[in-house]
Every structure is written in C-alpha cells, then in structure tokens.
Write a protein that binds this ligand. Structure first.
Ligand SMILES: [Zn+2]
Length: 172
C-alpha cells in the first residue's frame, strides 16, 4: 500500500478519539502505530520504499532501492505519535519520536546549502537528492520546512497540575 496515503487517515482516527473520546478510533490508531513502528520501520525511524510499505518480513527492496523511507511518512508518524502520546503517555511513543526525529528528520536537510530530501536511501553508498531552490517543491519540501522546528517540541509535556520531561535529549 502507498504508505503516506494511509498515515494521515490514521492521524484522523486519533483526532476523532481526541475530540469525541471514541476508544475504537484510538485503538485503531494505536494498532496501526504499533504495526508500522514494530514491523515496517528501519533503524532511522523511517518506513517505505518507493513510497510504499515493504512486506513486513522482507526489507530487501529497501536495501537495494535508491528510494528508501519518504520524509513525509516520518513527518506524519511524528504527528500521529504526538497525539497518541498525549492521550496515553507511554515511553514507547516518545522513544520512537526521539529515534525518528534525530535519526531520520535531522538528516533530511542539507547542511549549509539548504534543500530537503524526498527519500532517504538505505542502499549502501547511495547519494541523496536534495531539493533545489525554485525547481524542487515536492511534498517533502513542504513538510520538510516544518520538520526542523520540532527539535524542542516534545521536550516536556504538562497538564493542569504537572510538568513532565519526556527525556528527549537526556538519553541521546
Ligand atoms: Zn513527501
């Protein structure tokens, strides 16, 4: 399945639960998150090859393709993770958030010259293709501009009574 078509739908499930308190939608979003993170995600926290989920038990296409995890997928998985964590603050959510933010998102911007990557190849020795000003405005450029404002976003959370550190940065 085309991965980034599915992830925003599931963010919608999480939002429906957040607004209407419908645990069926929360459970669907949690199940999707667990399936993607535990069965479809590589070490950097990204998923997909050529924009599609690879088979859960066969990552070989990801290791040979020049089109590894799409940046937008991780952008949306972070958004889903944030919503799930705020509803149910499990450490597994924030562990994934930290892993994906610092091991995938951080490397999607070209240091010094700017530009963003669409795909992050897992193939050994593969170069990255960065967007060029005025000639490359892919989806991952739009989400990419927003991505790099997130490094301090989930450092702590609070409710009416308590302030809690999420441990981002602390165990990196
Ligand atoms: Zn994209």
């Amino acid at each position: 399945m085309h991965a980034n078509t599915q992830i925003p739908k599931v963010i919608g499930f999480e939002r429906i639960d957040a607004v209407h308190r419908d645990s069926n939608y929360y459970n669907a979003a949690r199940f999707f998150w667990e399936t993607v993170v535990n069965r479809r995600t590589v070490a950097i926290g990204g998923n997909s090859v050529r924009e599609h989920f690879n088979p859960a038990y066969d990552f070989s296409s990801m290791m040979t393709s020049e089109q590894g995890p799409e940046t937008c997928n991780t952008y949306n998985m972070l958004k889903l993770t944030e919503g799930l964590y705020l509803a149910d603050p499990k450490i597994s959510y924030i562990d994934y958030y930290e892993r994906a933010l610092y091991n995938h998102i951080l490397i999607t911007q070209r240091a010094g010259k700017g530009g963003f990557v669409y795909f992050t190849p897992m193939r050994a020795g593969q170069y990255r293709v960065y967007s060029q000003p005025e000639t490359g405005m892919w989806c991952c450029v739009g989400s990419g501009m927003e991505n790099h404002s997130k490094y301090g976003k989930m450092i702590y959370v609070h409710d009416e009574q308590n302030l809690s550190l999420t441990c981002l940065f602390l165990h990196s």
